[in-house]
Structure formats: structure tokens, C-alpha cells
Design a protein around this ligand. Sequence first.
Ligand SMILES: Nc1ncnc2c1ncn2[C@@H]1O[C@H](COP(=O)(O)OP(=O)(O)OP(=O)(O)O)[C@@H](O)[C@H]1O
Length: 375
Amino acid sequence: MDIHIQPTPHLPMYQQQKPLKAADILIEQICQTYTANDARRDGIYYWPQPLPAPEVRILPDPLVLFQHESQPGTSSRQALVPLSIQEMLQQAPQEKQRPSMQIPLGLIDKPENQQQETLIVDLHGSGGALTGGPLLLLGTLNSGKGSALQTLLLWLTTRYRASQLICAIVDPNHDLDLFRTLPHVYDHAGNNLWTDGATDEEIVQLAQHCTDLLVQRRKRYNHQHWTDDTFSHLWTTGEDLPMLLLIVSQYQRFTERPIASQALKKLIFAIAEARSLGAYTVITAAESGMRHLPADLLNKISTRISLFINEQQRAEFFGRIYPMDPIPGRGLLVTQDRQAHHIQLALPVSGASETERYEQLKYAVQQIQQSQSKQ
Ligand SMILES: Nc1ncnc2c1ncn2[C@@H]1O[C@H](COP(=O)(O)OP(=O)(O)OP(=O)(O)O)[C@@H](O)[C@H]1O
């Protein structure tokens, strides 16, 4: 059974800060008498609410991945998945799982269709999805890249056991430190696949472990003709074949280090070539431009999310200047139909401050760890 993700979730209601005007009262009364559902039945669609925006004093965490255990449905906060982590962890092993790399990351605005939907990125890149293939998250300092990686990794490690998913992580900012202890970050030989990339040797070694994994996989199935569906088919027949996810955070940090950047680039290319074998890539970068993200690397990346970047970078990255607000987690995504959409990414966990969110994430990772040790 697949986990159901609300297609058009309800938006948070902010507390009214200013006194109501007569027009507001009138609108509210009309909305009460003639609800959105009544309107929809009559073929009238309301303009969707604006994307939920974090506001330090009012609601710093308006959009989160999972529902909070103690307050389902009672908070003005919105969850992408209508389940708590604990419920997800209990449900996942009972499902007939497929190796899906479709990850709910936030909300996507489509005002021209009067819609707002869950943003799902698909690292496997099956046809028909809004986005597909390797993912780049670009954004300036404090734009929300690290939080987005946490959301992505929390989803995947909650959903898949370590025997189903191996994560290789290059994390110079230590945004994913809390995940380091999870068994997902080790390969079958017991090698730890997390590094902050402080030395070139560490990067080269991690690249070697990942390449070995791919080589072993090709060898093991040397007569196999790999198509888009082969991996999924082998997986569901019970083959011991974990997905491999490479995360390279802050790619620009390595561009001045020829050995490290060559090793990373080669690895990213090898993983892009091995998508049908179940290998996937996510990269974040704080700088665009050829010097930081070479064109041949960018060509391998089919899903490009830009969080806040300055106008000049926007012009370079998109070929034109789309309007953007400097809101954490707010960004732009150009979908396969070449349409640009505003998006709001979800935080992995809720919390009124960074410290609270850190503790919540720590607790979430502990829950994952415990559920792993029970299996
Ligand atoms: N989707 C979001 N909703 C609400 N707040 C967010 C969101 N994403 C990030 N934030 C907040 O914005 C701040 C910066 O986030 P984060 O550290 O993820 O940014 P970053 O791009 O990784 O920054 P840097 O490049 O400096 O490491 C944090 O306080 C974080 O909690």
C-alpha cells in the first residue's frame, strides 16, 4: 500500500494581527455561507492562499514534513504527510514497498491553474513527473539548503531500512551530522560513507567506495539489460539491492581543490550513468556560474531548484530574472514543461527555534535508529 500524501493540503491560518476591516468581515461571511466546496461544485475555483511563509514571531515553521505526534490537526502548522514519524515507521515495513525515489519536499504554487500541490521531486525521474533525475538545490547563505537536505534524508531514512538504502554524504557544513550514526550511512563492507570532506583523501576514499559499489553491481548482473524498470523489478523479487544516494552539500566549497573536485565530478557522472541501477544524486551549492558549477556537471542535473539567489545569479541560472523573495525555504522550480513555479520547502521537523528543531530532529533520528534495531 502506498503512503497517501495530501494532493492539495489545507493552508495554515495565521492569527489576525490587524483589526478587521468591514470588507474582511463581509468576505468571511460570504466564505462561511458559500464554502470553497460549494464553489467548486459550481465550477468556481478560489484563488489559492499564498504559500506558507516562515515568520519568526508568528510561525517560524509553517510547513513541516510529518505531522507532530502530540498535536495532529490542531496546529496552524501544515504537514506535507498526514502521519507522524512513528506512524510512518510502523507502516513502512508492512507495505509492499517499491524503490520509489519520489520525495515530498514542499508545496508548489500554480496560480494560473488555481492550484497549490505537494512538491514531489523524483530522483529516479520516471516519465510524467513534474521533475526528474539528479537534483540541484542552489541558494545563497541561509536560504534553506541544509534544511531541505534534512527533510529529504528524513523522508528516505524513515521510509527505507538500511538494507534498502545506502547514503553517501559529503557534508562540509555538518548540516546532516545527526544522521551520521544511522546504519544507512554504511556500505555492506562496514565502510562509513559520511565525510565533511576536510581532506582530499577523504573525498577520494568515499568516491572509491561508491564506485566499487557500482562496479560490484554491474558485475553481479553482468548479463542484465538495465532499463528504467529493471531495478524496481529486481527489488520487488526480493533481491538484496539497496538504492544508493549520493549527497554533496555545498559543492562550491570544493571547486578550488582540484583533487577533491575532480573526484566528486567523476563520481557524480558515474552515478548519473547508473540511474537505472538504482543510484541517485543530490547536490547543493551556494554559488552558480561556470567557475563553481561547470557546464558539463550542470548538464547532468535535470531538476534544478533555486532558493533565494541574487539578481545577477538568477539571470545567469535561469536566463532571465524571475522575482524572488528572500524567505527561507522559498524558491523557484522550472518544471519539465518549462514553466517557472514558486515553491516553499518544508522543514524536517517543527519547533519555534533552531535549538528546538535540532532537538526534535535528534529525537526523530533516534526513533529511526530504534526502529532499525528492531528489524
Ligand atoms: N523551509 C523552511 N521554513 C522555515 N524556515 C526555514 C526553512 N528552511 C530553512 N529555514 C531556516 O532558515 C535558516 C537557514 O537555513 P539553512 O541552514 O537550511 O540554510 P542554508 O542555505 O543551508 O545556509 P548555509 O548555506 O549558510 O549553510 C535556519 O534558521 C532554518 O531553520
